[in-house]
Write a protein that binds this ligand. Structure first.
Ligand code: GRF
Length: 204
């Protein structure tokens, strides 16, 4: 954790993203508008040219590329160095396509959030919307959850639901879910950073 001087200014958050960054944008707007205590001090991307970088520039948030490494431990070490350098307290994954390794999850246990486009535990992993359609689900949605050592397995903070319509394809369902994601992530962040929700059980 950062010093008590930093704590007085509120939690310091890093967002990790790989793509267009629309969830990052919804979070950045909510922090800017004072809806969530604390501030986003850094965007970390693992893909050069991620759309999220343009969002960061619009909001005046510094961003940094941590280059994708094949070795998860090496990536973790590089990421942790960056997070420590910026005295980051919380890590929000927002469309980040890498799986964090044990070292990163342990270092930030209970302080890493992720958003996933399904009602977990249904349809974890890639292409969750396509999975929901293939399964004939009548309802889907999104889940904001704490990150643990599994993939999309950590304790849920909140979910928002949408119907799956007969005429849906992957894109139309993804768009409907995404609208709910943009409400869910700021609300979940507000609950966690204002101390209303925390992961049960203390340490990993
Ligand atoms: C979202 O659907 C999120 O749930 C998933 O990846 C997508 C990222 O979209 N983890 P964006 O980059 O935030 O627009």
């Amino acid at each position: 954790m950062s010093s008590s001087a930093d704590a007085a200014a509120g939690p310091r958050v890093a967002v990790l993203a790989s793509g267009r960054g629309s969830n990052f944008e919804s979070l950045a707007a909510a922090f800017r508008d004072g809806e969530i205590p604390g501030e986003i001090v850094l965007l970390v991307v693992d893909q050069p040219g991620a759309g999220a970088c343009a969002v960061a520039e619009r909001f005046g948030i510094p961003w940094i590329l941590v280059r994708g490494r094949k070795d998860r431990d090496a990536f973790d070490a590089a990421l942790l160095a960056v997070l420590r350098e910026h005295a980051v307290d919380y890590v929000f994954l927002a469309g980040f396509l890498r799986i964090l390794g044990r070292a990163a999850v342990e270092a930030y246990w209970g302080r890493i959030l992720n958003i996933h486009p399904s009602l977990l535990p249904s349809f974890p992993g890639l292409r969750a919307q396509a999975q929901a359609l293939a399964a004939g689900a009548e309802e889907s949605g999104c889940t904001v959850h704490f990150v643990d050592f599994g993939v999309d397995t950590g304790p849920a903070i909140l979910q928002r639901r949408v119907p799956v319509l007969p005429e849906d394809d992957e894109d139309s369902l993804a768009a409907r879910i995404l609208r709910e994601e943009h409400r869910a992530y700021p609300e979940a962040a507000r609950r966690v950073l204002s101390g209303r929700v925390r992961i049960d059980g203390g340490n990993p």
